[in-house]
Design a binder for this molecule. Structure first.
Ligand code: P1T
Length: 380
């Protein structure tokens, strides 16, 4: 089945009880049992729920994996993955990651003896230099949030295999429509479903896709034991959102390219971060592992002045200043004070998250209106 068919059909059957074509929202906590253990496959909705099961099957199919698991948020999904580690274990992570991921690894997991090394993984040799006898996991975000760095999944996959490490990828920015990390050697593909998979800025959810039976068993155990699961209603909303993922990603990518090109030619702009540019340092890797470049674009202003930056943002009329990304509407963010505020300034400056860095999640509106909006904000 091709991707555009999978989003609509994979794992989705008409409802057995009624024939309903759309997956019903099973708003139930629990399920009747004839005798203890004698039931129709469902016992309690933290453990399993039919609406969630359908979504999990669909996400697994989109990521070419056997198993898909949904969580109450992207952070809950990352937490379920990290809980596979033991005190003394170490993680090698890309240095440009979502601020919440950095905070979880630094402020939650380091306290229980799990150390993370944040390194620029665009140069894969740096990963080899960092591996020691305690290393257990490589954590990669690609494209990265917010600088759109591209990390070579195939190269990291080889390193993980040779060194017997768990290789996990945060695939939020690309989505399974543009990139399937498992096909490049990753063991785990993780999503903030809140973003493109939900696609309409009305759900907070996370997901993990894996092929390996043992990894799946551990993750199911964490999903049930910790209990950070999404509601059936949210599962329904995401099933509905996913049906248009391929069409939305096509338009996000088209509009992202148009906005990046406009910014590249504007005299007020210093640098544009967009993996679709031939001048992007890892453009060739992006072309190898992604089928298109998505709708995320970041840029800095000449002079790196924070007041001018915030002033321009405040003049926008179509782009809304808000945390998050990946919805049909265009959003704009200021990572230094918003999504990446939990990263100390000296650390974020080193990775390029400057005071004038602006991140745009280019929506699927008409691109001429988006460009006109940016133009008026720059020029007024
Ligand atoms: O917000 P939540 O669903 O818990 O997902 C966390 C998360 C994980 N990974 C990536 C790459 C993310 O971008 C996020 C959340 N990011 C934002 C809220 C943001 O505006 O960047």
């Amino acid at each position: 089945m091709k991707f555009g068919t999978k989003v609509i059909h994979a794992g989705i059957e008409p409802d057995e009880a009624t024939g309903a074509v759309m997956t019903p929202i099973y708003m139930t906590t629990t399920y009747a049992q004839k005798r203890p253990g004698e039931h129709k496959g469902y016992e309690y909705s933290r453990t399993q729920n039919p609406t969630r099961t359908t979504l999990e099957k669909n996400i697994a199919a989109l990521e070419n994996t056997k198993y898909g698991l949904c969580f109450a948020s992207g952070m809950a999904a990352i937490d379920a993955i990290m809980r596979m580690l033991q005190p003394g274990d170490e993680v090698i992570s890309s240095n440009d990651v979502y601020g919440g991921t950095y905070r979880l690894l630094k402020q939650v997991y380091e306290k229980v003896g799990i150390k993370s090394h944040f390194i620029p993984m665009q140069d894969t040799n740096k990963v080899l230099e960092c591996i020691n006898e305690n290393t257990k996991m490589i954590w990669v975000e690609t494209p990265t949030n917010p600088l759109l760095n591209i990390i070579d999944l195939e190269a990291i996959g080889k390193i993980a295999k040779e060194n017997d490490l768990i290789f996990a990828v945060d695939n939020t920015f690309a989505t399974p429509c543009l990139q399937n990390p498992i096909d490049f050697g990753a063991h785990i593909s993780m999503h903030s479903v809140t973003k493109y998979l939900g696609g309409h800025s009305d759900v907070v959810m996370g997901a993990v896709a894996v092929n390996d039976d043992e990894l799946a068993e551990k993750l199911y155990f964490h999903q049930n034991s910790i209990g950070a699961v999404p509601s059936p209603f949210d599962a329904f909303l995401v099933l509905r959102g996913l049906k248009t993922l391929h069409i939305r990603m096509e338009r996000h990518s088209e509009n992202g390219k148009a906005v990046a090109e406009f910014l590249q030619n504007h005299p007020k702009i210093d640098k544009v971060y967009y993996p679709g540019f031939e001048s992007h340092p890892n453009h060739e890797v992006a072309k190898k592992q992604m089928s298109n470049f998505g709708g995320m674009v970041s840029f800095t202003l000449k002079g790196d002045d924070i007041d001018e930056t915030l002033d321009i943002i405040s003049k926008l009329k179509i782009f809304t200043l808000a945390e998050s990304l990946g919805g049909v509407e265009s959003l704009i963010g200021h990572p230094a004070t918003m999504t990446h505020a939990s990263i100390p300034p000296e650390v974020r400056h080193k990775t390029g998250v400057l005071d004038s860095l602006i991140r745009v999640s280019v929506g699927i509106e008409d691109k001429d209106d988006l460009i006109a909006d940016l133009e008026q904000a720059f020029n007024s």
